[in-house]
Ligand binder design. Structure first.
Ligand code: NDP
Length: 267
């Protein structure tokens, strides 16, 4: 990859997709700051990468808090020299039938999945524009592109995330900075484990059976792996990807025949 040496920040990098993205970047030679709220998780990811001879740092950040984002951005710039790659991956999922969506749930999901990405992007974009090179990738969802029952707040926030990227892309033409999104179906991560536990508790079904059912519902008949999503994220990194601007890469292992199922728990 021609961007070796450039610095990257991955939000929500302590586990799941974010940890796999941090690994893919670090292994390709990019120094990485791994950030999330739980110190033990981001430390474990950064320590693991350093043990493999890669450059990685852990910096705590809550993407919903402007002061926390500003402090993380300053520290990341200090550690990396410059931040040229940003992966907005931090996210939370909640599910409820439409009439049971609470204001708190709606606002929490929007603050992390949409507002958080806005704040972190605003922190790093000026430097990228100044240097005339940057790659911003948002980890969106198939729920950014379609709806499904019980995931109203999540799908709305993920639609907001993709709308933000489409608008920003329009401002970025000719700047050397790109913004794109990946849209995974169900991925085998702690978020999906929690979702499975929730469905199992609600329906009284066995968690393994719920997991198998979820996998079967996917167009490819299985859950996507975090590494497969990381590979999609990496697609946007090379110089040759400069014309990929405001695009969405769907990572779901199959077509749309099964409908736009989201990952909030369509049961
Ligand atoms: P996980 O729950 O496994 O990981 C989420 C990460 O986000 C954690 O590191 C978590 O760390 C971090 N995070 C959550 N809230 C905040 C916050 N306020 N500030 C900073 N970091 C935060 O989720 P996944 O790996 O599954 O998901 C990653 C992304 O991919 C999310 O945006 C999700 O919506 C999206 N996605 C997931 C799919 C799936 O099926 N799993 C499918 C499609 C998209 P901490 O709690 O320590 O802050």
């Amino acid at each position: 990859m021609s961007d070796a040496g450039k610095g990257a920040v991955v939000t929500g990098g302590g586990r799941g997709i974010g940890a796999a993205v941090a690994e893919a970047l670090a292994v390709s030679g990019v120094p990485v700051v791994v950030t999330a709220r739980t110190p033990a998780e981001i430390d474990a990811v950064a320590d693991g990468l350093r043990a493999r001879g890669r450059t990685a740092f852990a910096v705590v950040c809550d993407v919903t808090e402007p002061d926390s984002v500003a402090a993380m951005a300053a520290r990341a710039q200090e550690l990396l020299g410059s931040v040229d790659i940003l992966v907005n991956n931090a996210g939370v999922a909640r599910s409820a039938p439409f009439l049971k969506v609470t204001l708190g749930q709606w606002e929490d999901v929007h603050r992390v999945n949409a507002t958080g990405a806005l704040l972190v992007t605003q922190a790093f974009l000026p430097g990228m524009l100044e240097r005339g090179w940057g790659r911003i990738v948002n980890v969106a969802s198939v729920a950014s592109l379609g709806g499904a029952r019980y995931i109203t707040a999540y799908a709305a926030a993920k639609h907001a995330l993709i709308g933000m990227a489409r608008c920003l892309a329009d401002e970025l033409g000719g700047t050397g900075v790109t913004v794109n999104s990946v849209c995974p179906g169900y991925v085998d991560t702690p978020m999906t484990d929690e979702n499975i536990e929730r469905i199992a508790a609600r329906t009284g079904r066995d968690a393994d059976a719920v997991r198998a059912g979820l996998a079967e519902m996917q167009p490819g008949g299985r859950l996507i792996t975090p590494r497969e999503v990381a590979y999609a994220v990496m697609t946007f990194m090379p110089e040759e990807a400069a014309a990929l601007q405001g695009s969405e890469l769907v990572v779901r292992g199959g077509g749309w025949g099964a409908g736009p199922a989201g990952e909030g728990g369509a049961e």
